[in-house]
Design a protein around this ligand. Structure first.
Ligand SMILES: NC(=O)c1ccc[n+]([C@@H]2O[C@H](COP(=O)([O-])OP(=O)(O)OC[C@H]3O[C@@H](n4cnc5c(N)ncnc54)[C@H](O)[C@@H]3O)[C@@H](O)[C@H]2O)c1
Length: 474
């Protein structure tokens, strides 16, 4: 379903009318129109800052340089000496920040190494860097802060201040969302420095257009991290459940765009739609109900026999059967638990015995409904929160096989599921996001594809919210 208000306010007439009446004017988000490239930031400038102390500048500079970015620094900046030392170590050339009037040379992204934050006073250095530049963040610009995990801090003051960065990012994202700009935080564990490049590319790119206000912890990857950024899924086999339509169809197409061979699964009654979706990228269809008793075994046997195993598993199929708990019949409870939750556990159990290749990455689709809760969704909320607990619980087991498991929690996404909502809640769902609109299936697909790829080697056991910073969702 299209967002008519967004279309209207982005027309010439709608823009002037909404301006005149003081109505909100959600921005048109710039989304990726192509696959990942080797040097995606070629020709683009990134403004870099950092606290006086800290130790992420060198890997950060190396990753920005490898991605093709021109790195700018400000002459009077407190962290300058450290950035210059890191630049000398890595052989990366630094440019002086251009005059604010020079729009052509202006940075599209602002990256700050806050790994040296050791107490409340040091947060001032972030303020000093960001505050004078807020007006220079362009439409669809990016702000990315890097820090160490609060839990790894040695003093209570450092732990508290590092946690303070999360609050900064959440609030700042709300301030710059009207421009379609995003702000996010990466918390880099010791041992994860070498795996920074993938998340950095994702969060600075249009592939992450609907993700803002989020904190993503990076942990030491289980194996050496590769640097193949173009067609990162070439040679991989991926299963996607619920692939016939909606978010699942977008996930299947996006995984294929990055080189994966996709096995799409959907219910037998959706076989026609499934075939149509998969025919666009030579995917392989498996028409089965994931809750059927023999489904786990059939999936495991089929991927082993046809493809020699599977490298990516995306558990996307999901249903809602909303009712206030006092009116909820037992079968409505059971159906939702079975499709959204229990089937995932059964399928994984079978795949872990047969069919799952070493280094396999899994992504489960959760929901903001499992975080914020919605009246009438006790069954759905239990499954979606359960999925988040499941990825946490399974992370170590997946890492022991060289792989990972993560979840994506979509907010309000424009699909058949949300088109059924009454107009009032639907409008609230859209406008209450910092980005002022609902997401599109492609936004979830991009996040899943990132997490399914070696670019996210340092991400395991996490839930990434793709919600435009909103708390309403199916
Ligand atoms: N649309 C949103 O705003 C939103 C928000 C948060 C989370 N989600 C989650 O995203 C996922 C996809 O949602 P969507 O909006 O694309 O839904 P959708 O209803 O458009 O598509 C779901 C797909 O799953 C398939 N499916 C359902 N039960 C199945 C079963 N037993 N076996 C095999 N396939 C089955 C359906 O046939 C359908 O093709 C779901 O897990 C949903 O809970 C959606």
């Amino acid at each position: 379903m299209s967002d008519r208000y967004l279309e209207f306010t982005n027309s010439a007439f709608g823009k002037s009318l909404s301006g005149l009446l003081g109505l909100p004017s959600p921005p048109r988000l710039k989304r990726a129109d192509a696959a990942y490239a080797t040097r995606p930031l070629g020709g683009q400038a990134v403004m870099l800052g950092g606290t006086t102390a800290g130790d992420l500048a060198a890997p950060l500079l190396a990753a920005l340089n490898e991605a093709g970015a021109t790195v700018q620094i400000a002459p009077g900046h407190v962290g300058l000496a450290r950035l210059k030392t890191a630049a000398a170590e890595t052989g990366v050339a630094l440019k002086t920040e251009p005059n604010p009037e020079d729009r052509a040379a202006a940075a599209f992204a602002f990256v700050f190494d806050a790994s040296g934050v050791d107490g409340p006073a040091r947060l001032r250095e972030l303020y000093d860097f960001m505050q004078p530049r807020v007006g220079r963040i362009p439409a669809n610009g990016r702000v990315l802060i890097l820090s160490r995990a609060p839990s790894a801090a040695v003093t209570p003051a450092a732990q508290a201040a590092l946690q303070g960065l999360r609050g900064f990012v959440r609030s700042f994202a709300k301030e710059i969302g009207k421009k379609g700009a995003t702000a996010n935080l990466l918390e880099v564990a010791p041992g994860a420095d070498e795996a920074l490049a993938g998340p950095l590319r994702f969060f600075l790119s249009p592939h992450s257009a609907y993700i803002t206000g989020q904190t993503l912890p990076l942990s030491a990857p289980p194996a050496e991290v590769g640097h193949q950024f173009q067609q990162p899924l070439a040679g991989k086999v991926a299963i996607v459940t619920g692939a016939a339509r909606g978010i699942g169809a977008a996930i299947a197409a996006t995984l294929a765009r990055e080189g994966a061979k996709v096995v799409g699964i959907d219910r037998p009654q959706e076989e026609g739609a499934l075939g149509e979706t998969l025919s666009k990228f030579d995917g392989y269809g498996l028409a089965l109900d994931i809750t059927a008793a023999d489904a786990p075994q059939r999936i495991a046997e089929e991927v082993t026999a046809r493809f020699g195993g599977v490298d990516i598993v995306v558990h996307n199929a999901g249903i809602t059967r909303d009712k206030m708990l006092k009116n909820m019949a037992p079968h409505l409870w059971d159906m939702v638990i079975d499709v959204n939750f229990a089937a995932i556990l059964r399928i994984n159990e079978a795949l872990l015995k047969q069919g799952l290749n070493d280094g396999a990455r899994m992504v489960c689709i959760s929901s903001i409904g499992g975080i914020a809760g919605n009246a009438g969704q006790t069954n759905y909320g239990a499954t979606k929160a359960g999925v988040m607990g499941y990825v946490e619980a399974m992370a170590a087991q997946m890492a022991s096989r060289g792989g990972a498991i993560n979840a994506v929690a979509p907010g309000f996404i424009e699909t058949a599921m949300t088109a059924q909502m009454p107009t009032g809640p639907r409008e609230v769902g859209r406008r209450l996001a910092s980005l002022g609109q609902g997401g599109l299936p492609i936004d979830i697909a991009e996040a899943v594809t990132f997490l399914a790829s070696p670019m996210a080697a340092a991400v395991n056991g996490r839930t990434l919210r793709v919600c435009g910073q909103n708390f309403v969702g199916a």
